[in-house]
Design a protein around this ligand. Structure first.
Ligand code: BES
Ligand code: ZN
Ligand code: ZN
Length: 489
C-alpha cells in the first residue's frame, strides 16, 4: 500500500502531492518544490506554522492535480516525530477531502538534522497509522482510507531504504491489529471469544499457540486468575504463544494484562468510571500483536507471549474483599480490593512464565493503575525495573518510536505496605498514595530474580481525542516499542 519512490516531476503526473514546509528554513532543494513554497509565501494565510495548510490546484512547475503545503513549524523544534505527525496529518487531510492517491514529499536530508533512516521510517509510520479507521460498527462508512500512498525522495534514499518500508508496514499492521482489538466493544471480546480470536490470528503465522481453558487453569493452580474471573459468566483462559527460531540469541517473554472489561468487581467502579474499561486488555493486545509481528519479521530471539484473559464482574460468585487465595507461585494473597485485579492475573502469568521458560528477560505490559495515568498523563507509559540496562533500553526504544516511557522508582521501603495480617501478601497498599509503585512492588514479589520490567500503560493505551496519526480509540501502544526493543537485542 505504501511505496518509497523517486519521481521526475516533469515526466509523471501526480494526483496529490503533500509537502512539509518549515516556517523559517527551506528543507527542500527541488526547484519545482521551492518555487511553489515561494509562491505560497506571497499569501498571508500560510507561513509554514504548525497546523497551517494551503492548496494549489494544477500549479505550474509540478505536474500535479493538487499540491498541499502543510506547515511543520520552526526549524529548531523539528524532530523525527514532526515527520511522523506530518505524514499522519497529510493522510488524514486527504481522507477528509476524499483523495484516493497521495504522494508525500520527504525533506532534503542535507537540510534537516535528523538522520534519513529515522525520518523515512517515521514518515511511513505516520502515513500508515494515520490511514487507519475503526468503523466496523458504523452502518454508514463516512470516511474511506487513502488507497495508494507514495513517499517521495531521491534515488539514493529509495535504493537504500526500500526494504525498510516493508518492515515498517509489518510493524504498523501489528499496531493496527492491537488498536482494533482495544477498540472492539467488550460484548464482542469476552474472554472465551477473544482468546479464540488471538489463537486464530497466531495460527496463521509460524507460531506455537497453547490455549489453557478454565479447567486447565484449575488443574494448574492459577487461582489468582480464577478468582478475578469468578464473577463473570465468560470463563477465563490463558494463551501461551511462542516464536522459536533455530538458534536464538536469548529468550524474552512478554506478559499482557487481558481484562476484557473491568467493572471493578464487588468493589464496583463508581459512576461513569467504567465506561471505557473495555481497554483493560490493551496489554494483551500489544503482546499478541507483537508475537504475530515477530513471526513475520523473524528476529534471532526466542519470544514468548503469555496472555491471561478474564472479565472482572460483580455477581454472587465473584471474589469478595477479604478472600484469600493461593496463587500459582504458592504464596497466599488477601484480596482486599477486587478492582486491583490486573495485578492478580499478572502474578500467575508471570510466575508461570518464569518457572516454565526461565527467560533472560521478562516484560509485562498492563493498563494497571489510575495512579500512573495521574502521574504521567495520557501519552507516557511508566516503566519499572530494578535492572538499569533493561529500563534504559525501553526508554530508548520509546524515544525512537515515540511510544514514550518514563522510568519510575520501585521504592523498596513501601514494600511493607503490602503486608497482610492473615496472608503472605495483600493486593492493595495501606494508603492510596503511590499506587503505581505499590502495584509494581506487588508484581515484583512473583518474578523471583528474573531480569524483569513492568510497563504501566493506563495512560497511552487509548486516546479520547484524535492525534496526528491516531483516531479516538486504542493506540496499539507497545507493538512498535517492543518490535524496536527486539531488534536492538
Ligand atoms: N484497570 C484499572 C486501571 C486503569 C484506570 C486503567 C484508568 C486505565 C485507566 C485497574 O484495574 C484499577 O482499577 N486499578 C485501581 C487500583 C486500586 C483499586 C488499588 C486504580 O488504579 O484505581
Ligand atoms: Zn480494576
Ligand atoms: Zn483493570
Amino acid at each position: 500500500m505504501l511505496n518509497l519512490i523517486s519521481i521526475d516531476f516533469n515526466k509523471i503526473r501526480i494526483d496529490t502531492l503533500v509537502i512539509p514546509v518549515c516556517e523559517d528554513k527551506d528543507i527542500h532543494t527541488r526547484p519545482g518544490v521551492l518555487s511553489i513554497i515561494k509562491k505560497a509565501a506571497a499569501y498571508d494565510d500560510f507561513k509554514g506554522r504548525k497546523d497551517e495548510d494551503i492548496i494549489f490546484y494544477n500549479p505550474s512547475g509540478i505536474n500535479a492535480e493538487r499540491i498541499i503545503l502543510l506547515g511543520i513549524g520552526k526549524f529548531e523544534k523539528i524532530d523525527v516525530d514532526t515527520f511522523r505527525s506530518f505524514s499522519g496529518r497529510a493522510i488524514k487531510l486527504c481522507i477528509k477531502k476524499k483523495i484516493k492517491d497521495a504522494a508525500l514529499m520527504a525533506p532534503a536530508f542535507s537540510r534537516v538534522e535528523a538522520d534519513a533512516e529515522s525520518v523515512v521510517t517515521a514518515m511511513a509510520e505516520g502515513a500508515i497509522l494515520g490511514n487507519h479507521i475503526f468503523d466496523v460498527y458504523k452502518s454508514e462508512k463516512k470516511d474511506a482510507p487513502v488507497s495508494k500512498i507514495d513517499l517521495i525522495s531521491n534515488n539514493t534514499i529509495v535504493k537504500k531504504y526500500r526494504s525498510l518500508i516493508e518492515k515498517v508496514e509489518t510493524v504498523c499492521e501489528g499496531t493496527i491489529m492491537a488498536r482494533d482489538w482495544v477498540s472492539t466493544p467488550p460484548n464482542d471480546k469476552r474472554p472465551e471469544q477473544f482468546i479464540e480470536q488471538i489463537a486464530q490470528a497466531c495460527r496463521k503465522e509460524e507460531l506455537d499457540v497453547t490455549v489453557m481453558n478454565s479447567a486447565d487453569l484449575k488443574k494448574g493452580g492459577f487461582n489468582a486468575i480464577l478468582a478475578v474471573a469468578a464473577g463473570s459468566l465468560s470463563k477465563p483462559g490463558m494463551a501461551v504463544i511462542s516464536y522459536s527460531p533455530e538458534t536464538p540469541k536469548q529468550t524474552i517473554a512478554f506478559v499482557g494484562k487481558g481484562v476484557t472489561f473491568d467493572s471493578g468487581g464487588i468493589n464496583l467502579k463508581p459512576g461513569g468510571s467504567s465506561s471505557n474499561m473495555k481497554i483493560d486488555m490493551a496489554g494483551a493486545a500489544a503482546v499478541a500483536a507483537t508475537l504475530i509481528t515477530t513471526a513475520r519479521l523473524k528476529p534471532d530471539v526466542q519470544v514468548i507471549g503469555v496472555i491471561p484473559l478474564v472479565e472482572n464482574m460483580p455477581s454472587g460468585n465473584a471474589a469478595r474483599p477479604g478472600d484469600i487465595i493461593r496463587a500459582y507461585s504458592g504464596k497466599t494473597v488477601e484480596i482486599l480490593n477486587t478492582d486491583a485485579e490486573g495485578r492478580l492475573i499478572l502474578i500467575d502469568a508471570l510466575a508461570y512464565v518464569v518457572k516454565t521458560y526461565k527467560p533472560d528477560i521478562v516484560i509485562d505490559i498492563a493498563t494497571l493503575t489510575g495512579a500512573c495515568l495521574a502521574a504521567l498523563g495520557e501519552n507516557v507509559a511508566g516503566v519499572f525495573s530494578s535492572d538499569d540496562e533493561l529500563a534504559e533500553a525501553l526508554v530508548r526504544s520509546g524515544r525512537k518510536t515515540f511510544e514514550r516511557c518514563w522510568r519510575l522508582p520501585i521504592v523498596d521501603d513501601y514494600r511493607e505496605k503490602l503486608k497482610s495480617d492473615v496472608a503472605d501478601i495483600k493486593n492493595v497498599g495501606d494508603t492510596g498514595w503511590g499506587g503505581a509503585i505499590i502495584a509494581a512492588l506487588f508484581l515484583s514479589e512473583f518474578v523471583k530474580d528474573a531480569k524483569w520490567a513492568h510497563l504501566d500503560i493506563a495512560g497511552p493505551a487509548y486516546v479520547s481525542k484524535a492525534g496526528s496519526y491516531v483516531n479516538p480509540g486504542g493506540t496499539g501502544f507497545g507493538v512498535r516499542l517492543f518490535c524496536d526493543l527486539l531488534s536492538s537485542l
